[in-house]
Write a protein that binds this ligand. Structure first.
Ligand SMILES: *[C@@H]1O[C@H](CO)[C@@H](O)[C@H](O)[C@H]1NC(C)=O
Ligand SMILES: *[C@@H]1O[C@H](CO)[C@@H](O)[C@H](O)[C@H]1NC(C)=O
Length: 292
């Protein structure tokens, strides 16, 4: 049932161990100053007008950081000086997308250069790939369910920063939804107690179809604290909307159930998400003519 004029959207959020932010600004901020995440390496500090590589900065001597956590991880690039490592920059490199949404990036002394400019740290930091690291931010929405004429009581209060976020994740070339998100729904579809095997199979197929068609909301650079001079995050934010609530919207994902990794939450302007995620969601709410 749609209560026209005051329709509330439900938004899917996921339990996220890492707090990040998506911003499209002239100058990146989150990846400058202070200490690099998960390390005690201090970033080289400089002013806004020195961010651009075209601004000359003779005394720019950033520290190098390459996390040991990445050693021997199958999804991580090897050290850049490894002679067997022959990446195809600005290209599809096997099943790794080394293209940037921002166009061609430059290579300097064998390393890709962050297209948004200096960050005060060299190396790939804790990111798995040199150059662009591609994520997707699926914004999954349904209309707020009116169940037996009684609105389901969704708690809108989010936990502290770093806990609930858009269910994004790293993606392979051409994907708009992380495997993790699809798995969350698949588990939901397969684990339902009263659900027959036949229904589970149908639901799995339905989930696959649902995530095939979305509306792009944003595509580009992410101002992320993990970015370095040689490795950075990029994302595509896509809205997947379940208009009649018969697709993924039918999964209950109880609010307040701590065992859930994903859950629905009401959307409005008071939703306490990181600034840029709120911008994405406002765009979605406007597109669907929803209450904001
Ligand atoms: C690459 O380098 C050229 C020459 O220095 C510069 O004009 C251009 O803006 C750079 N491109 C990027 C994406 O940084
Ligand atoms: C909804 O939540 C409010 C505030 O927590 C509570 O007072 C109210 O009883 C709840 N209503 C239902 C139907 O659960």
């Amino acid at each position: 049932m749609l209560l026209l004029g005051i329709c509330l959207l439900d938004l899917l959020l996921i339990f996220a161990p890492f707090c990040y932010m998506i911003l499209k600004r002239m100058v990146h901020i989150k990846c400058r100053g202070g200490t690099y995440p998960f390390s005690d390496v201090k970033r080289f500090v400089f002013s806004d007008d020195q961010v651009s590589w075209s601004a000359t900065m003779e005394n720019y001597i950033p520290p190098e950081y390459n996390s040991r956590v990445l050693h021997n991880k199958p999804w991580a690039d090897p050290p850049i000086e490894n002679t067997n490592f022959k990446p195809k920059w600005n290209d599809l490199d096997g099943n790794i997308n080394r293209r940037s949404h921002l166009g061609n990036y430059n290579i300097s002394t064998g390393r890709p250069l962050n297209p948004e400019g200096r960050t005060g740290i060299k190396g790939c930091g804790v990111l798995g790939k040199w150059g662009p690291n591609h994520a997707a931010d699926p914004i999954v929405t349904r209309w707020k369910i009116v169940d037996n004429m009684k609105q389901i009581n969704h708690s809108t209060k989010l936990r502290d920063c770093g806990q609930w976020a858009l269910p994004g994740g790293m993606v392979d070339p051409g994907e708009q939804v992380s495997e993790t998100l699809k798995r969350e729904f698949l588990e939901e579809a397969l684990n339902g107690l009263e659900v027959s095997k036949e229904q589970s199979t149908k639901d799995a197929e339905m989930i696959k179809e649902f995530f095939q068609v979305g509306t792009e909301i944003y595509k580009g650079y992410v101002d992320d604290p993990r970015n370095t001079d040689n490795a950075w995050m990029e994302t595509v934010a896509v809205n997947f909307h379940d208009e009649d609530g018969k697709s993924v919207g039918k999964f209950y994902l109880k609010a307040g159930d701590d065992a859930q990794n994903v859950r629905w939450t009401d959307i409005d302007k008071n939703l306490d998400l990181y600034a840029s995620h709120s911008n994405f969601i406002q765009l979605v709410a406007e597109k669907l003519h929803a209450h904001w």
